[in-house]
Design a protein around this ligand. Sequence first.
Ligand code: DHK
Length: 185
Amino acid sequence: MLVLHGPNLNLLGLREPEIYGRDTLADVDAALEQLADELGIEVACRQSNHEGELIDWLHEARERFDGVVINPAGFTHTSVALRDAIVASEKPCIEVHLSNVHKREVFRHTSLTAAVCVGTVMGFGLQSYLLGLRAIASRLLPATLAAPATARPATAAAIPVLPTPPARASRRTRGSRQPKRPRRT
Ligand code: DHK
């Protein structure tokens, strides 16, 4: 899984801590790596202040990653090119934000990238990233379960597959019974 941090997130912990919290980028990446271990998946975390570099990494995801967790930061509200690159990755992407952007300035209420992502997690600080990673992993899990049992990672094999409930007769079927025969006397 690829995790991308957008511009200014290298200053996490120092920059506006009342909004973004005191966790540093290294703390976020360490927590993501620990969760990835627990889930039995691999994660690569990268940060850039440059739109083109984030776009190049999304292109790389086409060949090298199964899914993407992305905090596009300021580019969320401005970048058509980043949105196009998410589509071009042809991989499921989850958008995450540390802060709840809807509680902030109006210009942050618009996301150009959210509509091309599977979903968005925001407002939970470092936890937004962890929830995003869980979301992308669970989305890819059915494919893992489809693999032969011997090829499954232990964590995936441990998750029970619920049996399909038996189909219930519909109202229409129940109502279309044969009319009762008159009783013999
Ligand atoms: C981070 C930023 O840097 C802002 O530009 C976004 C986002 C919000 C966040 O909450 O993680 O508006």
